[in-house]
Design a protein around this ligand. Structure first.
Ligand code: NAP
Length: 317
């Protein structure tokens, strides 16, 4: 049985592993199906403190992993497909192999939400993307489309104007969820065009194996048309990776873990770290900070439990 299992190997999970391993808890990290998390999908990270020249996302997350391993953390490639948090030790089914643990740190992150179009998944990596930072570079001088009306869409559209000849934001309503400042910044950018009250019917062209255009529909008058585009960026939010814990710990209506203060969840001995709980900051540094908090709380929890176990049984009166 493990002292600590950490689910997820992004910035949060790996940092929790550094702290837990250094506290001699010999944590096991279950990497998940996106090892390295969101950082492994980015290029230069310029705002992680300590790197004045910036550092590449994959290198940063790999460095944290190496640091955790140097203190004795173990890594297991795999995904948790089933969990039993109803009693301790907690039990996790990792690709068919059951693991038992005294404490659990959930750092499974959040994955990009897709539109669910018939051709969307078939063209991922061939013009369809959910990460402007990763793929924007490939669309130098090309026509780019960004879907969404939140801060992510504004941020991605503004960023993509560095590369594209034009960037069109497509949003299903005419009101924006994005914060005023980010919306205004995008609106002030002459390279950004706007299509509101518009939805995407599908992305083309699977037969050519690359994005060549989209079929759009105006939700007010039903008009449909095709538009040429080379890069199709979906920025409609993220889905927290908590499906496997549904019904076992408290989640909010969108599936994010509800924090009970610090890194605590509704289940004693289960802690959260990173984007799986944080829908506001979602930064590498805040995920790392939460990873540290979760590991420290797990350590204190185990220490208190061991201390209690060793106490002499009080004499019967
Ligand atoms: P979000 O705020 O939830 O916005 C998602 C957008 O996608 C909404 O405009 C939504 O439309 C649209 N959408 C969702 N499902 C759709 C669908 N099936 N078809 C078409 N459109 C769809 O998500 P986010 O922009 O990723 O932001 C998440 C959080 O991170 C927010 O708190 C945000 O402030 C924060 N964030 C901050 C920064 C920053 O400060 N630098 C950058 C990025 C994100 P409706 O509006 O019609 O629902």
């Amino acid at each position: 049985m493990r002292n600590v299992i950490i689910v997820g190997s992004g910035c949060a999970g790996n940092t929790a592993a550094v702290y837990a391993a250094r506290a001699n808890l010999k944590p096991l990290v279950v990497t998940g199906y996106e090892p390295g998390g969101q950082l492994s999908l980015t290029t230069l990270v310029e705002n992680f403190p300590g790197f004045p020249e910036g550092i590449n996302g994959p290198e940063l997350v790999e460095n944290i992993k190496k640091q955790a391993e140097s203190f004795g953390a173990e890594y297991m490639n795999g995904t948790v497909i089933e969990a039993d948090l109803s009693k301790r030790p907690f039990r996790l089914n990792v690709d068919g192999e059951w693991q038992e643990t005294r404490t659990l740190i959930i750092a499974s992150g959040a994955s990009a939400r897709w539109l669910g179009l018939p051709n969307e998944q078939k063209l991922i990596g061939h013009g369809v993307s959910s990460c402007a930072t990763c793929d924007g570079f490939f669309y130098r001088g090309k026509k780019i489309m960004v879907i969404g009306g939140g801060d992510s869409a504004m941020e991605e559209a503004s960023f993509l104007t560095r590369f594209g000849s034009e960037v069109t934001v497509v949003h299903r309503r005419d009101e924006f969820r994005a914060s005023k400042i980010m919306l205004e910044r995008a609106r002030a950018n002459p390279k950004i065009k706007w299509l509101t009250n518009t939805v995407v019917d599908d992305v083309l062209d699977v037969e050519k194996g690359v994005v060549t255009g989209v079929r759009l529909k105006n939700t007010k008058n039903g008009h449909t048309w095709e538009q040429e585009v080379d890069g199709f960026f979906v920025a409609i939010g993220h889905i927290p990776n908590t499906k496997v814990f549904e019904g076992q710990i408290e989640l909010d209506p969108d599936g994010y873990i509800v924090s009970k203060g610090g890194a605590r969840t509704s289940v004693t001995g289960v802690f959260h770290a990173g984007d799986v709980q944080d829908r506001v900051y979602r930064q590498a540094i805040t995920a790392a900070g939460m990873g540290c908090m979760a590991a420290m709380e797990a350590e204190r929890f185990l220490e208190a439990e061991d201390h209690q176990r060793n106490l002499p049984v009080p004499p019967v009166a």
